[in-house]
Design a protein around this ligand. Sequence first.
Ligand SMILES: Cc1ncc(COP(=O)(O)O)c(C=O)c1O
Length: 477
Amino acid sequence: MKNPKWLSKKEIEDIIQESLSDEQLENAKNHLLTPVFEQVFDSSVGNGTPFFKIRGDDREFLDCTSQAWVLALGHGAIEPTYAAYVQARKFTHHQFGFLDETRAKLAKKLTSIAPGKLKGGKVAFNNMGGSASNEAAIRLAYVSQKRNQKQQIVVFSRGYHGSSLAMTGATQYIRIATRYRPLGLDRWERAFFPYCYRCPWGYKGGLGGKKDKKCKLECLQLFQNFIEENTNSDVAAVMLEPIQGAGGQIPAPVEWLQGLQEICKVNKIQIIYDEFQTGFGRTGYMFATDYYNKIGELDVSPDMMTLAKAAGGGYPLGILLVSDKYKQFSEAEEHSTFSSTPVPMAACLVVLEIMQKHAIPENARKMGQLITQRLLELQQTYPQIGDVRGPGLFIGIEFVKDPKTREPFTDLSEAMKKEGWKQAIYFQGMMPIVKPSGEMVRNVLKIKPPLIINEEEANLICDRFELCLKNCLKELQ
Ligand SMILES: Cc1ncc(COP(=O)(O)O)c(C=O)c1O
C-alpha cells in the first residue's frame, strides 16, 4: 500500500488502537444516543471462528448469534476484509451514477445464483442494510403497476422488516415498542402467519416447523378470505419472511407457501420475500427459497427478494433482487449517496465465492442437523424444550412450562441469556411479543452461529446449552 499523505501509518494506528480506560468507556455512554450492553466487545478470536472476546474477560465466547446473523464466515474472517482492502486500494467511493467493475460483477453473480423466477433478473444495492432494501422493494412494487393504483402492502403477524420510519409500521414488535407513530401506518395490512406449534385450529402435531399430518391448511383459507374479502382489492404486494426469524424462528409450511403463490397470482399481487436472515446459506441452502423449492418440488420463488446481513461478510450491504419482468427505477425513485459504494460489494463477491467453493451452506445443513438432533435428545430429559425448529443453522428452541399446555416459559429463555454470559456462550432470544394486556412473551432462544463451525464447535454449543439449561432450571424451580 502507498504511504499515507497527511498522517503517518503509526499516527493512524495510534488513533485506532489507543486503549481507553474503563472510566473513559463509561463516560462515552453519556454521548451515545443508543443504548449499549453492559459487556464491551473486545476482539474476534482467530481467523473465521465462532469465538469472540469481551473486555476484562480472558475467556472465548461461543457466538450463537453471528452478531445479528451477519458473520456467516465467522469472527475475524480475513477474506472479506482482504477483498475490501484490495477494492479500497483502487477506489472507495464514487457517485451512484457511475458503473464500476465490482458492481457489474456482483450484479452478474447474484442474478446467476438466484432461485427460480429471480434467475437472470435485476438487482439494486444500498449500504444501509435491510430496511432500505425493503423500502426499495415496496417502491418497485408501486411503480410496476399499470396505473400505480394499489397502495396496500400485506405483512404478517410476528413479521420483522426493519426499523426505519416506514418499515416500523410493518414490524409488529417495533411498532408497539416505539414512542412515536410510524409514517404511512395506513398502508400496512397484517395477515395471519402460520405457526404450527401453536396452531389455532388445534392441530398438535405441528412440530419442528412441519405441519400436522391431519392439517387441512385452514390458515391458507384464512389468508385467501383475508385477501379477497378484507382488503378492498387494493393490495400491491405481500411481504414476508418465508421462515420468520425475530418473530420466533417459525417456518411457513411449504404447502402454505405454495398456496400463497396461487392466491397472489390470481389476485395480481406481487410477492416479496425478506430473506435478510435466511439468505446466503443459513438454512443449509443458499436461500430459504431453494430449501422450499427442494422440499416441496414446486417453485415458490418470489417476484422480489431482499437480502442483507451475511451478504457483505461484516461490511454493510443491502440488496434487492427481482425477476427480469421488472423495469428499471428512475434515478429519483432509487438512489442514495452510498448506494453504489464498492467496498462491501467486493467483500460480497468473495463471500459468495467462498460459500460456493467450500460448500458453506452444506456445512450449515450438516452442523444444523447435528445440533438439532442433540437438542431433540435433550428434549427427552428436559420437557421444558417444547419445540426445536430449523432448518440448517437457523435454529429456534421454544421453551414451555408444560409440554401439554405449551404455556410459554419466557423466564427460562431470559435466564438462559444471562447464564450464557457465565458459561461463555452468547445467546439471543426472539423479539418480545407484547400482548394488549401488557404481558410479554419471549420464549424462543436462537442458535444461529457462524456457518463455518465444525463438529467440535457444534458439540460445544450443545454442551454449554445443556449446562446453562440445568443451571437455569435449578434456579427457577
Ligand atoms: C428479517 C429482517 N428484515 C429486515 C431487517 C432490518 O434490517 P436493518 O436493521 O439492516 O434495517 C432485519 C434486521 O434484523 C431482519 O432480520
